[in-house]
Design a protein around this ligand. Structure first.
Ligand code: TMP
Length: 235
């Protein structure tokens, strides 16, 4: 990702931000179905990156800004509220637009490495794969909201749906959110969409078998991150 390439929006350079002397940072996302172990492993990735001396900006979606966190609560916690699938998609992209302009792009422009807990691959997986909205709806909004911006690297923590359900249950002493509450069939569709995405973009999306023990998962993750750092020529 180069910031120079994301000037866009009706001829205005809305996303053309000054690039620091050290150059633009990298944009890394972590994905996977609920119960895949994102929380533990994102912290691990942050530690690995900091160990290499990078300035890391850790954030999440939906959320990451004041507005985004309000929209997150709406989309995840409001069990009584009926939210149409298309409305849900638009809310998620509204949160993303705010997140990009307020946090992600400014952080990248200072040379920070942005580490984001989920991004648009989750929208393909959940709103298209899971909810059944057309893939093209997500593509249209992706282009509208992000221009050419895509993550430089995506770590996909892959587990089978049954493991995901089991881990979500074990972990949570709170009420499951609107997605965690979905049945195995929904998770199966989410997983398939993630794997389809990985197959279509293998250079960016690296699959990690997250069904193994944490230590083994982290060996795989470290390998992916160190290889990325090496390829980026910044290690
Ligand atoms: P998490 O941050 O605990 O993983 O929860 C976020 C939930 O939001 C998760 O169940 C997936 C869902 N989600 C979507 O449905 N679409 C999206 O684009 C994103 C970012 C998350």
């Amino acid at each position: 990702m180069r910031l120079k390439h994301i000037s866009w929006v009706e001829g205005k350079n809305r996303y053309l931000l000054p690039v620091s002397k050290t150059g633009a940072g990298k944009f890394i996302t972590v994905e996977g179905q609920d119960g895949a172990g994102k929380t533990t492993n994102i912290k691990f990735i942050e530690d690995v990156l900091r160990g290499y001396g990078f300035d890391v900006y850790l954030t999440r979606e939906p959320g990451g800004t004041d507005l985004g966190e309000i929209l997150r609560r709406l989309v995840l916690q409001e069990h009584e509220l009926h939210i149409d699938a298309l409305a849900e998609l638009l809310i998620i992209f509204a949160a993303r637009a705010q997140h990009l302009s307020e946090r992600i792009l400014p952080a990248l422009s200072t040379g920070a490495w942005v580490l984001c807990d989920r991004f648009t691959d989750a929208t393909f997986a959940y709103q298209s794969g899971g909810r059944g909205l057309p893939w093209s709806h997500v593509e249209v909004l992706e282009r509208m909201v992000q221009g050419d911006l895509r993550p430089d690297l995506t770590v996909l923590l892959d587990v089978d749906p049954e493991t995901g359900v089991r881990r979500t249950r074990q972990r949570s002493n709170t009420e499951p959110d609107r997605f965690e509450a979905q049945k195995v069939g929904f998770r199966r569709k989410v997983r398939k969409a993630y794997l389809d995405l990985a197959q279509s973009d293998p250079g960016r999306i690296r699959i990690v078998d997250a069904s193994a023990a944490v230590r083994d998962v982290q060996v795989q993750i470290r390998r992916v991150i160190e290889r990325f750092i090496g390829d980026a020529g910044t290690g």
